[in-house]
Ligand binder design. Sequence first.
Ligand SMILES: *Cc1c(COP(=O)(O)O)cnc(C)c1O
Length: 387
Amino acid sequence: MKNTIDKFNRHIMPTYGRYDVVFEKGDHRTATDEKGKQYIDFGSGIGTNSLGFCNENWVTAVCKQVQTLQHTSNYYYTKVQSDFAEKLSSITGYSKMFFGNSGAEANECAIKLARKYSFDKYGKGRHNIITLTNSFHGRTLCTLSATGQDVFHNYFFPFVEGFINVTPNDIDDLKSKLDDTVCAVMFEYIQGEGGVIPLEQSFVDAIFTLCAEKDILTIADEVQTGVGRTGKFLAGDNYARKANITTLAKGIAGGLPMGVCLADEKCADVLSKGTHGSTFGGNPIICAGGSAVLEYISDPGNQSEVTAKGNYLREKLLSIPEIISVDGMGLMLGATLKTKTAAEVVQTALDNGLLLLTAKEKLRFLPPLTITYEEIDKGIEILKTVL
Ligand SMILES: *Cc1c(COP(=O)(O)O)cnc(C)c1O
């Protein structure tokens, strides 16, 4: 273990605060470190391992694709990409999509698309995009600029122009900033990195109504909330809303890198030949993994189980005296603690064999969608000891 960590620190840029654990393998909802110690997974690699570690159908699909055709570039067609796209389109109702490799890239695509939509129709000057205070949209220069948190706006000047922040749930603030320089409003239905904070229905309704009046596009960043995480395939379904553009990433390919930018009829054909691209985007192996994820989630039984298990986990959490309240939907939950800090709890939980996340001052729970009630119980027992 020491050897690996030393090597890491010698050669890998220190951009992350890492825990002193070296993982060796994973089996569904259990990870094993180099010493053979096991951990229950309540974090799923920040919501990416939606089917847990090494789900059988996912492994079979990915291995089969590795042995058949790993990459072609986007100069050619592959069946596996078209099958995946057709399936995602039928589940979400979006007519077209673009494939990249991460959440940030999916959002970059959405931003470019919105600006071009407006440019094509209205010409220059209508390029501003409203994003929300406390949002998180990624780590590239453009998505950092879109992110509504000052801590991210350091060092890398100059940032990309054209992002204006509105306070979440403040309809008057939104109204006052939706002028004729704005082409899109971009938001997370539930702010994830910002602390698992759902938007109010009335504010979401106001975004959609005001944007529709002014031909301003809505962009839902569902990189964290999408792909069944909140009990519906898209968190927007919980609000009975469908944005013009929705971005997906984290859980979409079960732990393989994929970002998707989905566009509805209004803007599906805006990004024309030569205006956007990605060498790896829609890579056959990733699409094969993604198809296995869609297969699982498109089963209505599995989808409703996410809601049931989320409610179960929420109740268990609320029964712990140290936990004051629990926010979120489905299996995306954030718990506010009475006296302890989330960071110290995550460290102690790790020592006791439970993988957890923080989101600002909250404990964050993003277990694999496949987690069982027994595993939730086991994790809760550890958490109770820790708290
Ligand atoms: C994680 C996240 C991103 C960034 O995704 P990357 O794959 O790290 O680029 C963007 N938006 C939201 C809401 C996220 O949770």
